[in-house]
Write a protein that binds this ligand. Structure first.
Ligand code: NAG
Length: 208
């Protein structure tokens, strides 16, 4: 195909690569894993029990697991990109510049969000009964409600552009999709946890 010069068989994305499927599976698995574990913790305190009643330790263990799964997923993503055709449209200076800007913006959102929330706030502490004193509204939460997720998505997008891989764009769309689905599960659940605490605090006040 003349309009896609330099591509093997004119392919934009090589769907025959196993690494692409593996990366896609890993991207979907991570939020499913942490939502499942966090809900189990909330309903039956599995991790708190595992750490002999120490919910903070349980939350740290989950945090480390999620963090490592994230690194593993990122390495599978990069490996998948290496096996994919490069598209000449994404190899210019403009694309490279956009890649750097997106990657930095994404990491600023992720890191500043972790800084604002702390370890337990970032990694589902609310499900362990470790609640924030109040809602965090400072940067980056004045820019977006879910800086972790949108920041991570931007980093994936930046990486796809940097390596000039259309397959990376497809996986980035998947990343955004699984995060949007995760938010639909997490947001109402978290809101409910905080409403419940408010009721309990009111009840406690009445009792005294
Ligand atoms: C968010 O807060 C930061 C730091 O306080 C500030 O510089 C920025 O302008 C704010 N952004 C918005 C959209 O309000």
């Amino acid at each position: 195909m003349s309009f896609l010069p330099g591509l093997k068989n004119g392919e934009v994305i090589d769907f025959s690569q196993r690494s692409l499927i593996v990366a896609a599976a890993s991207i979907a698995f991570n939020p499913i894993f942490w939502n499942t574990v966090a809900r189990q913790e909330y309903h039956s305190k599995v991790l708190t029990k595992l750490f002999r009643g120490n919910s903070k330790l349980g939350c740290y263990a989950l945090a480390i697991t999620i963090f490592l799964l994230g690194i593993f997923r990122d390495s599978l993503y990069e490996r998948a990109l290496r096996d994919q055709p490069t598209h000449p449209f994404f190899t210019g200076a403009v694309s490279n510049f956009a890649a750097i800007v997106l990657f930095i913006a994404g990491n600023v959102l992720v890191l500043s969000s972790m800084w604002a929330l702390g370890v337990t706030g970032t990694y589902l502490g609310d499900y362990f009964g470790i609640l924030m004193d109040q809602r965090v509204t400072s940067f980056p939460f004045n820019v977006t409600d879910a800086p972790m997720y949108y920041g991570s998505t931007l980093s994936f997008l930046g990486t796809a552009l940097w390596f000039g891989k259309p397959a990376g764009l497809l996986l980035t769309v998947e990343v955004l999709a699984v995060y949007l689905i995760a938010l639909r599960f997490e947001d109402p659940f978290t809101a409910e946890i905080y409403v419940r605490r408010e009721h309990e605090q009111k009840a406690a006040k009445k009792a005294t």
